[in-house]
Design a protein around this ligand. Structure first.
Ligand code: IPM
Ligand code: MN
Length: 356
């Protein structure tokens, strides 16, 4: 089949890791007889430098012509002091909103070969970690109004608004229940219902929707407690559903317990489009040095094949190739352990592409 994909390499290590993702994508296409039609466009700081805005109309147009988008990362110190509308991050937030990508799926699975790289105690990690964070991505405090910095009685006040409609909550919660049905049938909903009204509504909607999924076991956790449970009993989670801000924070935490953020992929899905990106950032400190870990992006390519094109066999081939390569002892710097073989970003991509 023809796979039309738009590449948004972005900033920092983005271009390097996307290059390796494409390398593996090409290997898969060749092996399984697919043709690739790749577009490329600017986003984030790279787009600010070239077009004066983080999400140029041309980029959005190219993305809308494809079903699937592969993104590297956005951001960097160069643009840190820009006004809010001219920050690289704004490009990412805008594309999520414009394409209606309301569901951010972040699978956190311990790759057995990386067990020693986990920051957690061995007896905890040994029980296995295989959870899926489902984060609402186009609402909540990231987008609620009023927002801004205003002057009030002679002093400045900063305001953001955490806001969810019943329909927004129901849409993401239903998806999370559906995903739980295909997994271990356990759903943890995370909120701050002991303090926030918006969370009380969230919890109320989960309770309403759960009636339609009697096979799924539901647990509610306050976000502070969830942050703690994630490190003390990560093995007991299956699907975790939460709002935009809590999901942002918890997915980084969940991410790092498996070893390195450099290995975690994500999918942001809406009705029409899917955008796939590693959950790590642009890592400006190591950009351009060919030492980043491309595995998160390569696994994002696997998610892209699976979710946007329904090619689960092809996706499986990528996951296996990653495990095999790690099994041979090849490691980028972030996951290097004594006795293993250090490789560059591009070498890691070469090895994985070879195993596909
Ligand atoms: C993420 C990132 C983004 C977010 C930033 C870069 C806007 O941290 O994808 O998790 O906060 O959503
Ligand atoms: Mn984040």
């Amino acid at each position: 089949m023809e796979l039309e994909i738009c590449l948004l390499p972005g900033d920092g290590i983005g271009p390097e890791v996307v290059r390796e993702g494409v390398k593996v994508l090409k290997a898969v296409a060749q092996k399984f007889g697919h043709t690739l039609k790749l577009e490329e466009a600017f986003i984030g700081g790279a787009a600010i430098d070239k077009y004066g805005e983080p999400l140029p109309a041309e980029t959005l147009k190219k993305c809308k012509e494809c079903k699937a988008i592969l993104l590297g990362a956005v951001g960097g110190p160069k643009w840190d002091n820009n006004p809010p509308e001219l920050r690289p991050e704004k490009g990412l937030l805008a594309i999520r909103k414009e394409l209606g990508l309301f569901a951010n799926l972040r699978p956190v699975k311990l790759i057995p070969q990386l067990q020693e790289s986990s920051v957690l105690r061995k007896d905890i990690v040994e029980k296995g970690i295989d959870l899926l964070v489902v984060r609402e991505l186009t609402g909540g405090i990231y987008f609620g109004t009023p927002k801004g910095i205003f002057e009030e009685q002679g002093q400045l006040v900063g305001i953001n608004t955490m806001r969810y409609t019943e329909a927004e909550v129901e849409r993401i919660v239903r998806l999370a229940f559906e995903l739980a049905l295909k997994r271990k049938k356990k759903l943890t909903s995370v909120d701050k219902a002991n303090v926030l009204e918006v969370s009380r509504l969230w919890r109320q909607v989960v309770e309403k929707v759960k009636v339609d999924y009697p096979e799924v076991e539901v647990e509610h956790l306050y976000v502070d407690n969830a942050a703690m449970q994630l490190v003390s009993r990560p093995y007991s989670f299956d699907v975790l559903v939460t709002g935009n801000l809590f999901g942002d924070i918890l997915s980084d935490e969940a991410g790092v317990i498996t070893g390195s953020l450099g290995t975690l992929p994500s999918a942001s899905l809406g009705k029409e489009f899917g955008l796939y990106e590693p959950i790590h950032g642009s890592a400006p400190d190591i950009a351009g040095q060919d030492m980043a870990n491309p595995i998160a992006t390569i696994m994002s390519v696997a998610m892209l094949l699976e979710y946007s094109f329904n090619l689960s066999e092809e996706a499986g081939a990528i996951y296996r190739a990653v495990e095999q390569t790690l099994g041979f002892g090849y490691r980028t710097k972030d996951i290097l352990r004594p006795g293993l073989k250090k490789v560059s970003c591009s070498q890691m991509g070469d090895f994985i592409a070879m195993q596909v």
